[in-house]
Unconditional design. Structure first.
Length: 375
């Protein structure tokens, strides 16, 4: 924990507008079901309540709570009230969510210091404005000491160890020995495995948090197994291998810094090409992978976005490619729907807020099943 910052405790102000330059960063709130409970490091902050200070994540802060801790500074702007007084309009975050707020009567030298900061020590109180939570900051300063950015980034709500164990079970059931050996060349590499287990699946949109790629791959592989039960003529082994490899290039494409972002290599080459190059390199190293099989596997990776305008060099040309593209899109869409519902859980409506992914409000699931019991 940090001690309460000393800078600034101004009273109420009014107005907006502004004349300072904005500094923006970050990747959204990253709320997830279990990380909202807070946790260690960036997942929890001291909260003054009836029973004394407690550790809580931003997502669980309620109106009236006072807080103190270290946060990711996502945005800060210097503005002026109608009376001409300087104030800061900013947004802080942790791995559970984001919180906008104001620091009234802010000195300009504080703004200049914060404009260069990635993390801040902050204290304040949660209030409401236009029926939304915001903070009235009573103390703010650049964070002192070393800060691990990973402590402030959202993580998968699922247990990565259980996800990885399930992935190994699925891979072990692959009957095609060349595909099983090729996947093992990755999963048995400790350096790769550490990066793969922590990698996000995206910078924004679906599974944009640490461990998101592993979560997405396991759910996609499970869906592939299910559809093969309905269509047993599909090449189950190839489809499962495609689920594992389709986004493997994101381990190189995305990087973890103060926020999730693209690496230089990721911007220049892209995860689809990076993934195919990685597959070819490991296949040469281990040997014994028939070229026609390798070509069909690479086709799954190259075509999984579905259309040329969506980033795939080729469209799906096999049944397995059609399935992988469709299920990949389905998993992303269902994750996005679930996220929209969770983020709108307390809006008092049967509908979500407007989803950035869908571009519209979505109806929340009914508590009662649409169909009655079987009989």
């Amino acid at each position: 924990m940090t001690e309460e910052p000393e800078n600034g405790n101004g009273g109420a102000g009014s107005g907006s507008g502004g004349n300072g330059s904005a500094r923006t960063s970050g990747n959204g709130s990253g709320r997830d079901p279990e990380n909202g409970k807070g946790g260690e490091g960036g997942g929890g902050h001291e909260v003054a309540g009836g029973g004394g200070p407690a550790r809580r994540g931003i997502h669980d802060l309620r109106v009236g709570d006072e807080f103190r801790g270290t946060f990711l500074l996502k945005r800060v702007e210097l503005k002026k009230t109608r009376a001409g007084k300087d104030y800061l309009d900013l947004e802080v975050g942790d791995r559970t969510g984001s919180l906008p707020g104001k620091l009234w009567d802010a000195p300009q030298d504080l703004y200049r210091a914060l404009a260069q900061a990635d993390f801040v020590d902050a204290a304040g109180k949660v209030e409401t404005f236009n029926e939304r939570r915001q903070a009235r900051f009573t103390g703010l300063r650049p964070a002192g000491g070393a800060v691990d950015p990973r402590e402030f980034l959202p993580r998968t709500p699922l247990d990565p160890r259980r996800l990885l164990a399930r992935l190994r079970e699925i891979v072990a059931a692959i009957r095609a020995e060349p595909l099983r050996r090729l996947i093992a060349a990755f999963l048995d590499d400790p350096a790769f495995l550490a990066r793969f287990a922590e990698a996000p699946a995206a910078v924004a949109n679906h599974h944009a948090y640490l461990g998101g790629l592993l979560e997405h791959v396991v759910f996609l592989a499970e869906a592939c197994l299910k559809i093969c039960e309905a269509y047993p003529w599909l090449d189950r082994d190839l489809l499962v291998a495609g689920a594992f490899f389709h986004d493997i290039g994101k381990v190189e494409e995305l990087q973890i810094a103060r926020a999730l972002d693209y690496s230089d290599k990721g911007r220049l080459v892209g995860h689809i090409v990076l993934g195919v190059l990685w597959i070819e390199e490991r296949a040469r190293r281990i040997g014994g992978i028939p070229e026609p099989l390798l070509d069909r596997l690479k086709h799954l990776v190259l075509s999984h976005h579905g259309e040329l305008e969506w980033g795939s060099p080729v469209p799906p040309l096999t049944a397995e490619a059609i399935v992988l593209h469709t299920l990949d899109n389905l998993d992303a869409k269902l994750w996005s729907y679930d996220r929209a519902v969770r983020d709108s859980a307390e809006n008092g409506s049967a509908w979500t807020e407007i989803s950035r992914v869908f571009g519209r409000r979505m109806l929340k699931p009914s508590r009662e099943p649409a169909s009655g019991p079987p009989g």
